[in-house]
Write a protein that binds this ligand. Structure first.
Ligand code: PPE
Length: 315
């Protein structure tokens, strides 16, 4: 990875290499962390964080679902994110806020374990590989099912839950594919290892519903809005595995990946095996939204204040 200069830890900016934890940190042993993936883009109004408040909100809700009290308010975390980007002098970056059970308590009753908070930022390029946004990726349905809501909380973005995504990702990578698609416990389409999934079928855009064990993606919600604004019909419904093979178009979306066409699934080309028109149309407007080129979506951007960019503390 590409280190930057400072990481925000429990309210202070510390040099990147000093942002360390003890080896007996609770989260390291039991996965007791919740986190976010956010991006800041160079936009027409300067560097700006895409849907900063929504990501902070999901972080705090994920923490709540695992009974972790967060010692900072939503507003403090939103501003800390802007401050960290500014301190590092970055104009576009990936942002990783994490809330975790810290050092001092072991065992499975963590309510007395301290809760630490950190925000790191660094430059992170094309998540699914160079050219993925342009040419699309090859995906494979994993033999691993998505975590069941009977065992964990798919709506929480919690560290330990990602062992499931990691199994799916390694399996498909070893098999020679770019990305995994996981099915839910009923065998319906759920999502990618780190993205939500959409298909275009019979003139409709379909995506799995909240009940399909998805992570309620912020890119997913944003793209549903963009697609509807473009006049497309978007329906949240269960999707059968075979519908992915029969679809006219398939794409995945997430903060790290952005909007990426899927050109092949389980060695079946999606339509003619090249990104489709609907995908392209949405991808263009979504990219404009991310980069502040579309007025309609300006309120999705949280600008890094100019005074913060020169190093002055945020008022
Ligand atoms: N599902 C999963 C399981 C997931 O991890 C992500 C984001 C999404 C859906 C899409 O959510 P959203 O980013 O709000 O649109 N995955 C993050 C972590 C990636 C990583 O490798 O780390 C991300 O994209 O930042």
């Amino acid at each position: 990875m590409q280190p930057s200069d400072y990481i925000w830890m429990n309210g202070e900016l510390v040099p990147w290499q000093d942002a360390q934890v003890h080896v007996l940190t609770h989260a390291l042993h039991y996965g007791t962390s919740v986190f976010e993936g956010v991006r800041c883009y160079e936009t027409e109004i300067g560097p700006a964080v895409f849907r900063n408040a929504e990501h902070v909100d999901r972080l705090l809700r994920s923490a709540g679902l695992y009974y972790m009290p967060v010692p900072f308010s939503a507003e403090e975390l939103r501003r800390a994110t802007l401050e960290t980007i500014a301190a590092n002098g970055l104009r576009s970056c990936y942002i990783r806020p994490i809330v975790f059970r810290g050092y001092g308590t072991m065992g499975l009753f963590p309510l007395e374990a301290r809760v630490d908070v950190a925000i790191a930022v660094w430059e992170w390029g094309a998540y699914l590989g160079d050219g993925s946004k342009q040419d699309g990726v090859r995906a494979k349905v994993s033999s691993w099912r998505r975590i069941s809501p009977q065992a964990m909380i798919p709506h929480a973005k919690a560290g330990g839950q990602y062992l499931n995504s990691i199994l799916a990702k390694i399996e498909t990578h070893k098999a020679g594919y770019d990305e995994a698609i996981v099915l839910d416990e009923h065998g319906n389409v759920c999502e990618g290892s780190g993205e939500n999934v959409f298909a275009v079928r019979d003139g409709q855009i379909v995506t799995p519903p909240q009940t399909a064990s998805i992570l309620d993606g912020i890119s997913r919600r944003s793209i549903m809005r963009v697609a509807r604004d473009l006049g497309f019909e978007v329906v949240e419904r269960d999707i059968a595995r075979a519908e992915l093979y029969l679809a006219d178009e398939v794409f995945v979306c997430g903060t790290a990946a952005e909007l990426v066409p899927v050109r092949e699934i389980d060695d079946q080309p999606v339509a003619d095996g090249t990104p489709g028109e609907v995908t392209r149309a949405i991808q263009k407007v979504y990219d404009d939204a991310l980069h502040g080129r579309d007025e309609r979506y300006r309120d999705w951007l949280d600008p890094v204040p100019a005074q913060a960019r020169t190093g002055a503390p945020l008022g």
